[in-house]
Ligand binder design. Structure first.
Ligand code: MN3
Length: 203
């Protein structure tokens, strides 16, 4: 069973004016589609891995044959990271979280503004293409990190809770080289309910 490109849970223009419709459409139908196709091509003769979720595969890349491991790391990471990214955004959101995730953020980073600054710094400071993340460790402790390329925190035993894609394809049409403006706008489209939902699963 091949991996499928998921439908977005909202229209391409739903995140305007923060993320523009054209960027969302190209990002989904071209970039995410390409990761999906290349992942399926890499796995096409791997019956041992058929039926596993992409999360299971990324959690232990040593189970992937060496000759396709880099392709699965890159394209499987790209497939999973974008599935995740679409799910933690929504229109008319943003603001500050509430509930358990808010308590955990305040405990780990002193305040929401402290958290916001640290994640912004991780996203701004990622050299070249990559992602900035809020993740949960096995213990449930929260951590901010960045990863290069399409590397997934799952491969380091960490559970993603929130992510921002800082590849230029995520913002170039609207923001050109102004990555900090895009990162600033991203705070208006975070679906904190989805983040809370994922956090409760690691509790
Ligand atoms: Mn992307």
């Amino acid at each position: 069973m091949a991996f499928q490109l998921p439908e977005l849970p909202y229209a391409y223009g739903a995140l305007e004016p923060y993320i523009d419709a054209r960027t969302m459409e190209v990002h989904h139908t071209k970039h995410h589609q390409a990761y999906t196709d290349k992942l399926n091509a890499a796995l096409s003769r791997q019956s041992d891995l058929a039926g596993k979720s992409i999360e299971d595969i990324l959690t232990d890349l040593s189970q992937v044959p060496e000759d396709i491991r880099t392709s699965v790391r890159n394209n499987g990471g790209g497939y999973a990271n974008h599935n995740f990214f679409w799910s933690i955004m929504a229109p008319d959101r943003g603001g500050e979280p509430s509930g358990k995730i808010a308590d955990a953020i305040n405990q780990s980073f002193d305040s929401f503004s402290g958290f916001k600054q640290q994640l912004t710094d991780a996203a701004t400071g990622q050299f070249g293409s990559g992602w900035a993340w809020l993740v949960a460790e096995m213990s449930g402790a929260l951590k901010i990190m960045s990863t290069p390329n399409q590397d997934s925190p799952l491969s380091e035993g960490l559970t993603p809770l929130l992510a921002i894609d800082v590849w230029e394809h995520a913002y170039y049409l609207k923001y050109q080289n102004r990555r900090p403006e895009y990162i600033d706008a991203f705070w208006n489209v975070i679906n904190w309910n989805a983040v809370e939902h994922r956090y409760k699963k690691v509790q």
